[in-house]
Design a protein around this ligand. Structure first.
Ligand code: GLA
Length: 331
């Protein structure tokens, strides 16, 4: 019997920067997805505690995005990227809410890949699962979610350079809590709007070069106002990620909180991925004494807000623990 667990992630800062080779600072969280599998046979048969229909797939899958039921697309994406030698029969359970922006699909992919015997490095696992996600959902996502799940470090967030995929663990200091508060809004339109944003960033990069190396001084070379705003978000967000990592490591929590607020504002105005519900929640949380900062986390368009707080100041939401990366156990 094989048991695989993959954590979800919360992104502390650095959204919509990964697919332009920028910086992100996610943290693998104690909520995640478990697959218990009896390996063997030529098919992958999985039931999920949260889905009414099971998925039953051959080891050769054609187009993962056409698979039914829809949740099986992620499994199909993993099968077609990792080419498992044998199938298996198993059950999936998850403590991650779906559509919350905590990467339930990445956790599913990573857990399924490990349960089916994937043996590469955490980075190889993440890259295979990123391709699986792209093929399953047709959303041109970056690598942040899968890499955070595969390579988490207990007690730390991960400063990831998405050009080199180098990871520097950044300790979460004592005396702070990372809290996810659900907006109650399931993410909508995230797929098509995400692809649009990515294309807009590529249009900006075609003018000023890789956004990771560009500066705000380059923005004047972008004539189109929308493209310029998208680029401004990415360029300033990359700076905020590095400044936030530094502030966290040296315990400058007020400054870290201000950077979160600036990140949310940039995602709202320049990048256009917030919603009024998320904005109201961020404003309400930011007004609570003991909250250093709050921002939307992940792709946007609904889901969770992440807050950095002094201990015990919020009675709503879920306190997230930073955990190690995905793992597999044979029994
Ligand atoms: C989704 C994607 C990630 C990243 C975030 C936004 O979670 O899967 O790759 O782009 O959105 O930061």
């Amino acid at each position: 019997m094989t048991t695989a667990f993959a954590p979800g992630r919360v992104n502390l800062i650095g959204d919509h920067t990964d697919y332009t080779g920028g910086f992100v600072l996610p943290m693998a969280v104690h909520l995640g997805t478990t697959v218990i599998l009896q390996p063997g046979g030529e098919r992958v048969r999985l039931t999920s505690a949260s889905e009414s229909e099971p998925c039953d797939l051959p080891l050769e899958v054609g187009d993962p995005s056409a698979v039914r039921p829809a949740w099986g697309r992620y499994v199909a994406g993993v099968i077609s990227e990792t080419h498992p030698r044998e199938g298996g029969q198993g059950i999936i359970s998850s403590t991650l809410p779906s559509g919350a922006g905590l990467s339930s699909s990445a956790a599913l992919e990573v857990a399924v890949a490990l349960a089916l015997g994937f043996t590469g490095s955490p980075l190889q696992l993440a890259l295979a699962c990123q391709r699986a996600e792209q093929n399953a959902s047709k959303v041109p996502c970056g690598v942040m979610d899968q890499l955070a799940s595969a390579a988490g470090v207990a007690g730390h967030a991960l400063l990831i350079d998405c050009t080199t995929n180098d990871i520097r663990p950044v300790a979460i200091p004592g005396g702070v809590e990372v809290v996810a508060v659900h907006s109650g809004q399931k993410r909508r339109l995230a797929g098509s709007a995400y692809a649009e944003r990515r294309a807009e960033c590529e249009a900006a990069a075609a003018i000023v070069g890789p956004l990771r190396r560009a500066s705000v001084d380059d923005l004047g070379r972008i004539d189109d106002g929308l493209t310029r705003r998208r680029a401004r978000h990415v360029i300033t967000e990359n700076q905020r990620v590095l400044a936030f990592a530094d502030a966290l490591e040296t315990g400058r929590l007020k400054e870290a909180g201000e950077l979160m607020a600036a990140s949310h504002e940039s995602l709202r105005t320049d990048f256009g991925v917030s919603t009024p519900v998320l904005d109201d929640l961020v404003a309400a949380l930011s007004g609570v004494s003991g909250v250093y900062g709050a921002r939307l986390t992940g792709a946007g368009f609904g889901g969770c807000v992440v807050a950095l707080t002094a201990p015990g100041v919020l009675d709503s939401g879920c306190r997230l623990q930073a955990v190690g990366g995905a793992c597999r156990l044979e029994t």
